[in-house]
Design a protein around this ligand. Structure first.
Ligand SMILES: Cc1ncc(C[n+]2csc(CCOP(=O)(O)OP(=O)(O)O)c2C)c(N)n1
Ligand SMILES: [Mg+2]
Length: 338
């Protein structure tokens, strides 16, 4: 059965499974944070569908600069949950050797660049990366995600401008969840975000980021445009942050939830209902998908917790290609064991 374009049942089912895995993973991480196992988390709950859609349309060679709230995109692109936990725990298997805050992933093997903490700081980097890709005659485009709050930074405007001036293949996707921590989008801008590209000669489109079909249809047009070499494109995905900004935030202080986990408006429930109505899945499948996700995630966390922590002495590694005398002196004077 075709849902949209040439989307097959198998693709729709995989998308659904990954969305459920991402949600289950989010809830597990929050519970681990509350138990003191993980230090911090920025949940993706509610924003899964637009992330899944990007993952479905991106090619392997495309380079993706995510922001800190993109768990479902990693899963859709095949990042194993074990690697996600390794980073969150900062254990000795963590690709970043435990030096980064949780959620600041770097999955080079999957063509994901490192997550930046300063809001919007990665946007000019995506433009430089797209320039480098063209210069080095590398195949693929650059895709970047960011929040509505990032559009209030000067980096956003500088990035759009330079991407357009150099006609670079960058797909900008704003995940507009309505909030920048406690500041609603209405207090950041009076204009539609997808129209902001027009000032720089960049076309834009708004999609319903809580709906897989709308996200895929809108993104397909944007991907086609960027891939054809016409230049950058700006997509605004209307979405909803179901949870707090982070585990350090208490949203009850500034908002009343409109969409809750598992409610009829929840994007995962929306896809589930569509697939149930179309007979692609049945209620038994829903139950087994949720149970399998929980089992996989519970088991993986338990397993990754048994891995030794990162060695603090690695803090002196990888700073320069060859270690300098200053580093060696600091290594000697430090009390971190080798
Ligand atoms: C330059 C900068 N200013 C402020 C912060 C603190 N901060 C972290 S996340 C955030 C909100 C960003 O909102 P948005 O871009 O909409 O993304 P969301 O968190 O809603 O997904 C802020 C203000 C920061 N990290 N960097
Ligand atoms: Mg936001």
């Amino acid at each position: 059965m075709t849902l949209v374009g040439n989307l097959s049942d198998d693709q729709a089912i995989l998308a659904y499974k990954n969305a459920v895995r991402a949600r289950t993973l989010d809830l597990k991480i929050i519970s681990a944070q509350r138990q003191g196992i993980i230090g911090f988390h920025v949940p993706s709950e509610g924003q899964e569908m637009i992330q899944i859609a990007i993952g479905m349309l991106a090619d392997k060679e495309d380079l993706i600069f995510t922001y800190y709230r993109d768990l479902a995109l990693y899963l859709q692109r095949g990042v194993p949950i074990s690697l996600i936990f390794d980073q969150m725990l900062g254990n000795s298997n963590d690709l970043q050797k435990g030096r980064q805050m949780p959620d600041h992933f770097s999955f080079k093997e999957f063509n994901f660049s490192t997550v930046q903490s300063p809001v919007g700081a990665h946007l000019p980097l995506t433009v430089g990366a797209a320039y480098a890709m063209r210069y080095n005659k590398r195949k693929g485009i650059v895709i970047t995600t960011f929040g509505d709050g990032a559009t209030s930074t000067s980096d956003f405007h500088a990035a759009l401008n330079m991407a357009s001036v150099y006609n670079l293949s960058v797909l900008f996707v704003c995940e507009n969840n309505g909030w920048a921590i406690s500041i609603p989008t209405s207090k950041q801008t009076r204009a539609d975000i997808y129209k902001k590209g027009a000032a720089y000669g960049i076309p834009g489109k708004r999609v319903d980021g809580n709906d897989l079909i709308s996200s895929l249809a809108g993104l397909q047009e944007a991907f086609d445009y960027v891939r054809s070499g016409k230049g950058p494109y700006l997509v605004e995905a209307s979405t909803y942050r179901i949870g707090p900004h982070s585990t350090s935030d208490d949203p009850k202080k500034y908002r009343v939830d409109e969409i809750t986990d598992g409610s009829e408006k929840d994007p995962i429930r929306r896809l589930e209902n569509l697939l149930l109505t179309m007979g692609v899945i049945d209620s038994g499948f829903v139950q087994s998908t949720r149970a399998q996700a929980k089992e996989e995630i519970d088991k993986t966390l338990e397993e990754r917790m048994s891995i030794t922590p990162s060695n603090p002495s690695t803090i002196f590694d990888d700073v320069y290609e060859n270690s300098s005398w200053i580093q060696e002196e600091e290594r000697r004077d430090s009390n971190v064991a080798d």
